[in-house]
Design a protein around this ligand. Structure first.
Ligand SMILES: Nc1nc2c([nH]c(=O)n2[C@@H]2O[C@H](COP(=O)(O)OP(=O)(O)OP(=O)(O)O)[C@@H](O)[C@H]2O)c(=O)[nH]1
Length: 154
């Protein structure tokens, strides 16, 4: 039997509606040095939300994209490189205080063509893994930062 269509008693408040989970991909771009592995870390601009926090380059997966395809596109837009996306290192779900939830996947990148160019960040640095905890990272990244700095995962 069909459900009758009922009139809503309360008007819908868009601010109260649950926000969809945002699917995000980010890259651990690695390089070997004499003193060990280093990873590229990027700082958000002062005028962005969560300003001046550090993060890994990447962004949201768009409709119809695979995770790897989205990350390849983002790295090209943000850094001007064509990257070979390697294995997935970690996946986390994090609820930010503003109510938004992100599903974040981190992939390893060991190879790319083109030279790294800072197109959108406030700052960019190569960091030894054990010094990652010195950067003020986004909250969703903190578990990964701890593991990487303790030599786990890589
Ligand atoms: N690229 C990247 N995004 C991250 C990381 N950790 C983390 O919480 N995020 C969040 O994932 C989202 C990435 O989206 P985005 O890069 O396309 O967009 P955006 O910062 O301009 O944010 P917005 O479009 O929601 O305003 C942001 O909300 C960002 O705060 C990370 O390590 N790398």
């Amino acid at each position: 039997m069909k459900e009758p269509i009922r009139k809503l008693r309360e008007p819908i408040d868009p601010a109260a509606a649950p926000k969809p989970v945002r699917l995000v991909v980010a890259a651990l771009i690695l390089r070997d040095t004499d003193s060990g592995l280093e990873v590229l870390v990027c700082q958000r601009k002062p005028d962005q939300p969560m300003s001046l926090k550090w993060e890994f380059p990447g962004g949201k997966i768009e409709l119809g994209e695979t995770a790897e395809g989205a990350l390849e596109r983002e790295l090209n837009e943000e850094l001007g490189i064509v990257a070979t996306i390697g294995r997935r290192i970690a996946r986390v779900r994090h609820k930010y205080r503003n109510g938004g939830t992100i599903d974040l996947q981190f992939f390893m990148v060991r190879e790319f063509t083109g030279s790294l160019e800072n197109r959108i960040f406030n700052d960019m640095q190569w960091s030894p893994l054990e010094r990652l905890t010195e950067f003020d990272f986004l909250a969703a990244d903190l578990g990964l930062i701890r593991d990487l700095s303790e030599g786990k995962l890589l």
